[in-house]
Write a protein that binds this ligand. Structure first.
Ligand code: NI
Length: 216
């Protein structure tokens, strides 16, 4: 294209400058976003040194133990507590998590007595205290199981930001699955969230996280 001498050159230069500024602006926004995501990741994974609790995970609850005793979150203060959520009909995730929790407790040795482990049913319609007690008997006896009314379970799941989605029951059998968050929540002795343990996390890593809650 021939130079258009009848038009001033300057506006073209200005437009290029604006394009460059906008491009650098987008790069800056992208870098800022990445930095923010990285910090969020580091914080939720407990890799930064900050001692303040992250957001609000956990909170007050009133639920029923397998012996029928009603308890609140206060029953588990004074020791770090590992909370996790599931249901007795769970085909794979919950049995795996319960078995792995048993492994963590074994590896903690004598320190296992210095923590609480609490499994909360997110399927209270089927998980009565008796059914929970029977189910838990296959796993480490130090794991406490809690259930409650649907409203109580909804409230505690919401407090822990646990994702729960009940699938449509099978029209023939009435059986149903419940999708749910598989992470374990490590809380300190004051009930403040410390760090999550991921599903199938390496036992050494999980035990180190629990020990950190013990010393913190
Ligand atoms: Ni499960």
């Amino acid at each position: 294209m021939a130079p258009q001498n009848d038009r001033p050159v300057r506006p073209v230069v200005d437009r290029l400058r604006i394009v460059r500024l906008v491009a650098w602006g987008l790069v800056a926004i992208a870098l800022f976003g990445l930095a923010a995501i990285s910090m969020g990741y580091l914080r939720t994974n407990g890799l930064t040194g900050g001692s303040e609790p992250i957001a609000t995970i956990g909170g007050p609850f009133s639920l029923v133990r397998t012996n029928g005793e009603r308890v609140t979150e206060k029953a588990f203060l004074g020791k770090p507590t590992v909370y996790f959520f599931g249901f007795t009909h769970c085909p794979e995730v919950c049995p795996t998590s319960l078995l792995e929790m048993g492994t963590y407790l074994e590896q903690l040795g004598a320190d296992a007595d210095k923590i609480n482990v609490v499994f909360i049913s997110i399927d209270p319609a089927r998980d009565t205290p008796d059914i929970l007690a029977n189910y838990l008997s296959a796993f480490d006896p130090r794991i406490v199981a809690l259930t409650g009314t649907q409203a109580e379970i909804d409230a505690v799941a919401s407090a822990f930001r646990v994702y729960v989605r009940k699938e449509t029951p099978d029209p023939k059998t009435g059986d149903y699955n419940v999708d749910h968050t598989a992470a374990l929540y490590v809380m300190d002795a004051k009930g403040q969230f410390v760090v999550p343990i991921q599903y199938k996390e390496d036992a050494a890593s999980a035990v180190a996280k629990i020990r950190r809650a013990l010393t913190g």
